[in-house]
Design a protein around this ligand. Sequence first.
Ligand SMILES: Nc1ncnc2c1ncn2[C@@H]1O[C@H](COP(=O)(O)OP(=O)(O)OP(=O)(O)O)[C@@H](O)[C@H]1O
Ligand SMILES: O=C(O)c1ccc[n+]([C@@H]2O[C@H](COP(=O)([O-])O)[C@@H](O)[C@H]2O)c1
Length: 197
Amino acid sequence: MKRVGIMGGAFDPIHLGHLLAAEAAREQYRLEEVWFMPSHIPPHKHQAGVSGEQRLAMVEAATRSHPAFKPLDIELRRGGVSYTVDTIKELRGQHPALKLHFIIGADMVNYLPKWEGIEELTGMLRFIGLQRPGSFLELDALPPYIQDAVLLADMPLVDISSSLIRKRISSGLSVRYMVPEAVYEYIVRSGLYGIHS
Ligand SMILES: Nc1ncnc2c1ncn2[C@@H]1O[C@H](COP(=O)(O)OP(=O)(O)OP(=O)(O)O)[C@@H](O)[C@H]1O
Ligand SMILES: O=C(O)c1ccc[n+]([C@@H]2O[C@H](COP(=O)([O-])O)[C@@H](O)[C@H]2O)c1
C-alpha cells in the first residue's frame, strides 16, 4: 500500500515551518509522497486574505523542487468549508489503495477533539503531529481513541507562522528565508500582503 502524507492548511502564505514539518514526517514515516492541500474555507479560522488560486500558486512554487512533494487542489475545487472528513472520504473513493497520514502541528493536535467527524476520521487515517513553538503538544490530554491515531515526529522547532509573515510584510520588515525564494518572488511579483520590493 502506498504511504502518502497530506499537509493541509491555509498556506497564506506557505512557509519553512510547513515544509520542514512535511519533510520530517516524510522521512520518519517513510511516506512516498506528501500532498500539500490548501483549504478553501478553513473550518475554525478566519478566511484567507489571498485567493485560493494565489495560495495554490505559492504551494506549487514551494514544492516544485522536491520530487515527493505535490500540490493538491481538491478542497479549492470542492469549495465551501473544508472539513477534512469530507476530503478524506473523497480521496479514499479516488484512491482506495493509499495509506493516508494527515500531518499537523501541535496547535492542531490539541484541537483534534473539536474536528468535525473526528471519530470517523481516526478510523480512516493516522495523524502525524509535530511540536511547534507556542503550542505544547499534549497527547495525554486527548481522549484515548484520538491518542491511538496520532504518531509523533521530530523537527527542528521553527517559530514561523503565516500570520507572522503577513504582519512583518505589513510593517515593512523582511520575510526573506522565512519562505522559499520562489514564494518570496511570487509575493513580490504579485504585490501580496502589501509588500514593497
Ligand atoms: N512553524 C510550524 N511548525 C510546525 N507546524 C506548523 C508550523 N506552521 C504551521 N504548521 C502546521 O501547518 C498546518 C497548516 O498551517 P496554516 O497554513 O494554518 O499555517 P499557520 O502558520 O498556522 O497560519 P496562521 O499564522 O495564519 O494561523 C497546521 O497543521 C499547522 O499546525
Ligand atoms: O475538519 C475539521 O473540523 C478541521 C478543523 C481544523 C483544522 N482542519 C484542517 O487541518 C489543516 C490545518 O488547519 P489550519 O486551520 O491550521 O489551516 C487544514 O487542512 C484544515 O482544514 C480540519
